[in-house]
Design a protein around this ligand. Structure first.
Ligand code: FAD
Length: 481
């Protein structure tokens, strides 16, 4: 039987898309990667995923797992060879269980994040992972990239939110690890190997996730700041003043506000007058177990102190839930505004918070000196030391000219990140985008261990080859379609 017919026999003919039908899933969200594939296949159960993986393994056909396809590093896009099967998990979207007594929820990998948040809320609980892409990204993708987002400061990354996994291994076996335990010292943390593995070790088919109490109120404030150092000082002051109630601390540069004003002219901005012209802004979120009024009082105390100390220049505390949401929307629209204004060179980096001020100043100066006219679009999750440090075409630059200098700009930025003890990928992963950079910045022993793990868990090298690590040859020839 021809290979695609074998796949059709497993999932049903309508779930195997080839040619133009598969095209919408063969390019990434940013429009930077476009690939080719034998087919896009949409299994509906773990058993079907396992059968598909076995069929691919038998023929050495590469598999590219795909969720919502919102990843920002090309990890869900096949390469140009046309040999891979893209395995879409979107049909596996059941919430299998909610156990409020244990504060856990079991979701299939294709569940859209927002649907999981809503299911948790429906049960009177919070699932706190929150990303700008939450209406499209999936639990499987969130796990495979160890997604971060806006609530990490309080609740941690996706890794910290996951208790157990169900995985189809690269040889087509099902690892049933869906335990909802907060303590389980029974050997290697296999779960943690698959989280953040970007589809390179196996296919995540379901996960047991942690739930939390719903806060009684969430209130947001927007603060105008004269310098990046003030932003870091405000973070530390808010942390000590609000403790675990501080659930978000986002940094927004003046350039981001200008981009928002240009792309979304109808959007209400938090400041006008001189405060609107300041170079930095912070969005703070406070989650309170009592009431909105109580949350506002706590904000007023901390932000009042910051204004008096001169480290905040102006502040707006949202006076309603709608205003809080509108301020969050501003922050979440930044990537959309950026995208609308053209391609940029993106750096999703992490730094010790204490070094962010010096990094932003020195790297900005070095970029202006080396690449006069480029525009910096900086925002991110300051509370986690995570900056989206993006370089865009400014005066005298075309988009093509900018992208031609990508390697030089990356080298300048990443050398400084590395020297400051930072990471070249905070929350987006490595994918194809940073694969060839990783060896320069990863500890060599760590890299060697990663390669050994890949060889042990994916001996045929079929799981997302070329993503995260250089591809090992996995097949001499493609099967006939
Ligand atoms: C507007 C916007 C805002 C964003 N904001 C954030 C943010 O704040 N924080 C953040 O961390 N990210 C953010 N992202 C990036 C992206 O949304 C996340 O990386 C998300 O976790 C990807 O989920 P997905 O389902 O779209 O995965 P995909 O893009 O489909 O895949 C991502 C990677 O995971 C692998 N994968 C997918 N599903 C599985 C599976 N079931 N088993 C094994 N491997 C799998 C893929 O092979 C690929 O390598 C943002 C993206 C956009 C477009």
């Amino acid at each position: 039987m021809a290979f695609l017919d074998r796949l059709r026999a497993i999932v049903g003919a309508p779930q195997v898309l080839a040619g133009a039908d598969a095209a919408p899933w063969l390019a990434d969200w940013r429009g930077r990667y476009e690939g080719r594939a034998l087919a896009l296949v949409r299994p509906g159960s773990t058993a079907e995923v396992a059968a598909l993986v076995r069929a691919c393994a038998a023929e050495h056909v590469p598999i590219v797992p795909q969720g919502g396809n919102t990843g920002l590093n090309g990890g869900a896009t096949p390469d140009q060879t046309g040999r891979a099967v893209v395995l879409s998990l979107l049909r596996m979207n059941a919430i299998r269980d909610i156990d409020t007594g244990n504060d856990t929820l079991v979701a299939e990998a294709g569940c859209v994040l927002q649907a999981v948040q809503q299911a948790a809320r429906g049960a009177g609980r919070l699932f706190p992972l929150s990303l700008g892409s939450e209406g499209s990204c999936t639990i499987g993708g969130n796990l495979a990239t160890n997604a971060g987002g806006t609530q990490v400061l309080r609740y941690g990354n996706m890794r910290e939110l996951c208790l157990g996994l169900e995985v189809v291994t690269a040889t087509g076996e099902v690892w049933q690890g869906l335990r909802g335990l907060r303590k389980d010292n029974t050997g290697y943390a296999l779960r943690d190997l698959f989280i953040g593995s970007e589809g390179s070790l196996g296919v995540i088919t379901a996960a047991s996730l942690k739930l939390f109490p719903l806060p009684a109120a969430r209130v947001t404030a927007f603060v105008a700041l004269a310098s990046i150092d003030d932003a870091v000082s405000l973070l530390n002051r808010a942390r000590s003043g609000l403790g675990a109630a501080l659930t978000g601390f986002e940094l927004v540069s003046g350039a981001c506000m200008a981009a928002l004003a240009r792309v979304f002219p109808g959007q209400r901005l938090p400041f006008d007058g001189p405060s609107a012209a300041l170079p930095w802004f912070a969005l703070l979120e406070l989650s309170d177990s009592e009431s909105e009024a109580h949350a506002r009082q706590r904000f007023e105390a901390v932000l009042g102190g910051a204004l008096e100390a001169g480290l905040a220049s102006d502040a707006v505390i949202a006076d309603s839930l709608a205003r809080s949401q509108q301020l969050w929307e501003l922050r979440e629209r930044i990537p959309l505004a950026e995208k609308a204004l053209g391609k940029s060179i993106k750096h999703d980096i992490a730094l010790p918070v204490s070094r962010i001020g010096a990094f932003v100043r020195d790297t900005g100066d070095a970029l202006s000196a080396g690449f006069p006219g480029v525009r910096l679009v900086v925002f991110g999750h300051l509370g986690d030391g995570n900056l989206h440090y993006n370089v865009a075409a400014g005066e005298g630059w075309s988009e093509a000219a900018l992208l031609d200098r990508e390697a030089d700009i990356n080298a300048l930025v990443y050398e400084r990140v590395h020297a400051a003890g930072g990471s070249i990928s905070a929350e987006h992963g490595i994918g194809r985008l940073k694969r060839d950079l990783l060896p320069a910045y990863q500890d060599p022993v760590a890299l060697a261990l990663m390669r050994q793990l890949k060889a042990a868990l994916d001996p045929a090298g079929i799981m997302n080859p070329g993503v995260l690590l250089q591809a090992q040859a996995c097949a001499p020839a493609a099967p006939s379609a």
